[in-house]
Design a protein around this ligand. Structure first.
Ligand code: ARG
Length: 285
């Protein structure tokens, strides 16, 4: 006999949720729903298997996060968080998550952590907590090699590509004006850079690591970078849901450990060629 899901639920409903659970016996909880139900009584704990935390990342931001040919999410951020998880005693599962809405997935509990080259900003700190900082960054301009752009202010009357909702978007919107139609917003930074190559925008503003990586790996695009000391220093953090102090502290502690024992510097060197400039960013207290 075959039950449809609806029939099954209806029948099961007659017996109540408790019986249903009992009938199902031990059930492997998917990681995303592993949080204990509110109000459930604490159960004497058998040594729990390492918990798997679901981590959101917008995996179109090499070298911090990208997808390889096998579809695996790889990058500096993955290596850092995997090392952190190992120290802190949990497992991580990276889930590709569009940048637009990524913060909501944390609020809604669909993700336990976000690592996505996220700049810690005062506004973002109002809606979530950040472990770290774990990386220093700044905005960098990409233009065609033939471009006359020499400083940020030169972009004022030009078409500028940014990834929607990033700090690059913020600074460019500030320079060109909120109402400007010259700010061209893209769903990902690589899309903005493709548009620069196609000539649809005159410049792209994004995080230095990503711009440098793209320019180096796409020589046929004939880009160059333009830096400007007017850009304020940025720092990346690992986001946890507002008030999740337990996880925040675990991650901060593990971050501090991988910085002291050399793991962080090894990862840094793997991706950026040389060790992180001293002093390595300290975990915030
Ligand atoms: N650091 C910038 C920000 O926080 C850009 C981050 C974009 N990250 C990504 N994986 N697409 O706004």
């Amino acid at each position: 006999m075959k039950f449809t899901t609806r029939q099954f639920l209806k029948t099961a409903g007659l017996f109540g949720a408790g019986l249903l659970l009992a009938a199902c016996g031990k059930k492997e909880e998917p990681a995303s729903t592993a949080a204990p139900a509110a109000g459930s009584a604490p159960v004497a704990a058998a040594p729990a298997p390492a918990k798997t935390l679901v981590v959101g990342t917008d995996a179109a931001y090499a070298p911090f996060e990208s997808q390889n040919e096998k579809g695996e999410i790889v990058g500096f951020d993955m290596d850092v968080l995997t090392a952190v998880a190992k120290k802190a005693g949990f497992e991580v599962k990276f889930v590709n998550t569009p940048w637009e809405g990524i913060f909501n997935t944390l609020q809604q509990g669909d993700r336990d952590l976000l690592i996505s080259a996220i700049t810690i900003t005062p506004e973002r700190k109002q809606t979530m907590d950040f472990a770290g900082p774990y990386f220093d960054a700044y905005q960098l301009i990409a233009v065609k090699q033939s471009s006359k752009v020499a400083k940020f202010g030169d972009l004022k009357k030009l078409k500028v590509g940014v990834q929607t909702g990033t700090t690059g978007d913020e600074v460019v919107t500030k320079l060109l004006g909120k109402a400007s139609t010259n700010v061209k917003r893209f769903e990902s930074t690589p899309l903005a850079l493709k548009e620069l190559e196609a000539g649809g925008v005159d410049a792209v503003v994004a995080d230095n690591g990503v711009v440098v990586n793209y320019v180096a790996n796409n020589t046929s695009a004939k880009f160059k970078t333009v830096s400007d000391s007017a850009f304020t220093p940025e720092q990346y953090g690992i986001a946890v849901k507002n008030g999740n102090t337990e996880l925040l502290e675990k991650v901060n502690k593990a971050l501090a450990e991988i910085k002291t024992d050399g793991t962080y510097n090894a990862i840094y060197t793997k991706y950026f060629g040389s060790p992180a400039a001293a002093p390595a960013p300290a975990a915030s207290k």
